[in-house]
Design a protein around this ligand. Structure first.
Ligand code: ZN
Length: 423
C-alpha cells in the first residue's frame, strides 16, 4: 500500500523534462464543480475526468483545454504532467502484454479443445488480432444458446480490465474441468464470449520501453498528425452528442465519424452477428469501483421502465458482491459514444460498464500494481457468473425477490458521487 501511495504521489510531483510539444503536454487539474451539470461542461472541453469528489473533479487534459476551463471554472490546482517520468517501481510482470495474452489464450484452447475456441473479430489499426474466446459445451458457430459478451481493454492504460476477462475465461475452463456442477450446467446452457482486449495497440504503446505512459486511445494517426481516437467515444449511438471531444489531440477525441475505427467496427460486426443469441454485455474498465448502466449521453433514465428496472436490479445485485457503487452512467457527467449506450440503444442488450479497482488515484489509479489483479478477480467473479446465469432472460430478475434487491435511490447527480474514471 505504501508503494501505491508513493507512486500516486510521484504523479502529482512529476516535473516536465520538456520533451513534449507545447500542445501535447498533459496537465493534471483539480477543478471546482458543484454538480453533474458543471462536471458535464468540464467533460465537454475534452479533458478526461478521472475522479469525482464533492464539489470538485480531477482531470487530465492539454494546455488548450486547461485554458478553456479556466475561463469558466475555478482551477484549484494544475500541474504539468510528465508522462515519461511515470515508471512504476514494482515489478508488474504478472500483467500480460499482448504476446503473453495471446499465448495464454492459445494455451487455454489447446488444453480445453471441446470447451474453448480462440478466434478473432478483426484487426487493430496496427494489424493485431482482436481476440475472441468462446466458451461453451456447444462451440458451434450456429449455436442458439443464450449468450453474454465480456470485453476489456478499450482504454490502453486500463490493464486490469484485460486481466479480469482473461481470468474469467481461465476460471470457467478450470472449474468445468474440475467438475464444478454449477459451471458445467452453465456452460451447457450458454455461450460465453470474451474479448479481453479491444485496443491491443494502445496497451502495447502504454507499456513500451517498460514505462507506463498514461495512454488512453487507440493508435490511429489523425488528419492533423496527432495520434488516437477514444474508442469508448466512437460507438454509433448518439455519437458526438456531448462529453466527447472533436479535437483530435484530446484524450476523449470521438473520431471523425461514428465507428471510424477498426476496433469499434470489429466489436460492432461481432455483436451484430450474434444478436439473436446475445442478451447481455459487460465492458470492463478501470478505475473507481463503479457499476454503470445506460444512459451516458443524457441525464434521462432509460425510457422503457422494465429495461431500466432490469439494469438497476442487476447492478444492485452485483454490487452486493463487489461492493462497487451502482449508478446510471450520466450521474457522473455526460459522455456519448460509449459501448453500452450503443449496445442497449441499438440492440436492446442489458449492458454494463464496470470501473474496476482501485477506488481512486491515491490507491494507484490506473497502475495499482499486480497485487490488485487477484483482488479484482475475487470481487468480480460472482457478478460475472450471475450475468451468465441470467443471460437466458435478464428480465426474469424482475420476478425474483431471492436476491433481496431493493430499489435504492442512488441520488442522481449526487454531490457525494464518490469517484469516476472517464468511462
Ligand atoms: Zn476506460
Amino acid at each position: 500500500m505504501l508503494k501505491k501511495v508513493l507512486a500516486a504521489a510521484a504523479v502529482f510531483t512529476a516535473m516536465s523534462l520538456g520533451h513534449a510539444n507545447e500542445t501535447d503536454k498533459t496537465y493534471w487539474m483539480h477543478i471546482e464543480a458543484q454538480d453533474v451539470f458543471e462536471r458535464s461542461l468540464i467533460a465537454d472541453t475534452g479533458v478526461s475526468i478521472e475522479t469525482v469528489i464533492e464539489n470538485s473533479v480531477y482531470a487530465f487534459g492539454n494546455k488548450q483545454e486547461l485554458e478553456q476551463i479556466k475561463k469558466q471554472f475555478k482551477v484549484i490546482e494544475s500541474f504539468e504532467f510528465d508522462l515519461e517520468s511515470f515508471d512504476y517501481p514494482t515489478g508488474d510482470e504478472k500483467f500480460h502484454n499482448y504476446q503473453e495474452l495471446t499465448e495464454a489464450l492459445q494455451k487455454l484452447q489447446a488444453e480445453n479443445p471441446n470447451l474453448v475456441k480462440l478466434s478473432t473479430i478483426g484487426k487493430s489499426v496496427q494489424d493485431r488480432d482482436i481476440h475472441l474466446i468462446t466458451i461453451s459445451a456447444d462451440l458451434s458457430d450456429d449455436s442458439n444458446l443464450p449468450a453474454v459478451v465480456f470485453m476489456g481493454g478499450h482504454h490502453a492504460r486500463e490493464h486490469i480490465s484485460v486481466e479480469m476477462p482473461l481470468m474469467l475465461a481461465q476460471h470457467l475452463a478450470s472449474e468445468f474441468k474440475n467438475g464444478n456442477s454449477e459451471i458445467i450446467k452453465l456452460l451447457h446452457e450458454r455461450q460465453v464470449f470474451i474479448i479481453p482486449i479491444v485496443n491491443p495497440d494502445g496497451a502495447e504503446h502504454d507499456i513500451a520501453g517498460g514505462r507506463y505512459k498514461m495512454w488512453r486511445k487507440n493508435r490511429v494517426t489523425n488528419h492533423d498528425g496527432s495520434i488516437g481516437v477514444d474508442l469508448n467515444r466512437n460507438y454509433g449511438f448518439k455519437w458526438a452528442s456531448g462529453g466527447a471531444s472533436s479535437n483530435p489531440r484530446s484524450s476523449t477525441y470521438h473520431g471523425p465519424e461514428a465507428f471510424s475505427e477498426p476496433e469499434t467496427r470489429a466489436v460492432r460486426e461481432f455483436v451484430l452477428s450474434k444478436q439473436d443469441q446475445l442478451t447481455t454485455l459487460l465492458s470492463y474498465h478501470t478505475f473507481s469501483e463503479l457499476i454503470l448502466f445506460p444512459w451516458g449521453h443524457t441525464y434521462n433514465p432509460i425510457a422503457d421502465q422494465n429495461a431500466y428496472n432490469v439494469h438497476r436490479t442487476m447492478a444492485e445485485t452485483m454490487s452486493e458482491w463487489n461492493n462497487y457503487r451502482p449508478q446510471q452512467s450520466s450521474d457522473l457527467y455526460i459522455a456519448s459514444g460509449d459501448t453500452t449506450d450503443w449496445s442497449y440503444g441499438e440492440l436492446g442488450l442489458i449492458s454494463f460498464t464496470f470501473e474496476l479497482d482501485p477506488k481512486n488515484m491515491w490507491n494507484g489509479g490506473f497502475y495499482p500494481g499486480q497485487d490488485t489483479i487477484d483482488i479484482v478477480f475475487e470481487k468480480n467473479i460472482k457478478p460475472a457468473l450471475y450475468l451468465i446465469e441470467q443471460a437466458d432472460n435478464p428480465y426474469k430478475v424482475l420476478n425474483k425477490s431471492t436476491y433481496g434487491v431493493s430499489f435504492i435511490n442512488t441520488d442522481v447527480g449526487a454531490k457525494h458521487a464518490q469517484l469516476s474514471e472517464s468511462l
